[in-house]
Design a protein around this ligand. Sequence first.
Ligand code: ADP
Length: 254
Amino acid sequence: MKTQTIIRLQNVHFSYNAIPVLEDISLSIRQTDFLGIIGPNGGGKTTLLKLILGLLEPTQGEIRVFGQSPRKMRHLIGYMPQLFVFDFSFPISVMEVALMGRLSRNKLGRRFSKSDHQIAYEALKKVGMESLRDRDIGELSGGQRQRVFIARALAMQPRVLLLDEPVASVDPQWQKQFFELLHQLNNELAIVLVTHDVSVLASQIDQLACVNRKLFYHGSTREGIHKISELYHCPMEIAVHEVPHRLLGDHHHD
Ligand code: ADP
């Protein structure tokens, strides 16, 4: 049950105004997966997430989320968007941000129930932010904000967590803790993390999908790194401790 495929894309194509952005993508994600989707800027990663969320429809091919259309199953997918889109000068508390995760479950205009508050509080606890619940989001550091937005996604009680470019807004000190948190959450949820910066990913994530219009690779990170370097279609700023010399031709460590 735990290793069941929960998201399946079959020969998915997508175009914006007849311009192809994704071509023939087939990909399966299982309940236990921690998958990194990498690729250069403009390679179609965000579009892929939007397709999985049912915000866009494939031009061709099929997407199934828990065996149903993505739109129907959207409530099972927690989404952490790129954080620069938020106006952090807007006065809203940490708890209120977490409660936003309960909005989809509430009819418009209904007040949050006691159980919504409890679930949002538990979500903040999972990311270690419950003690700051009354603070304004604008007063927090980048890493703290990110945890709060993860809590917002967790408050939906999702089975999958999608994170769009989370590493970009995180300082290196927080990165280690950030991945520890994600690995902990991965005991309960599938995690899909999108990034163009693979420097951290390579040592933190064991499954990679490399997307640059097409899917160039889907499998283990260790093998993928060689594949990526051969294909040269994905970014090359990879610095995995064990294998940097294989990627940078002018380094000879042995
Ligand atoms: P990534 O997340 O990998 O940076 P995106 O999925 O955002 O890539 O974008 C893929 C391509 O689609 C880019 O060339 C981008 O300019 C284009 N694109 C993205 N959104 C739109 C849109 N709403 N309308 C037209 N083109 C778009």
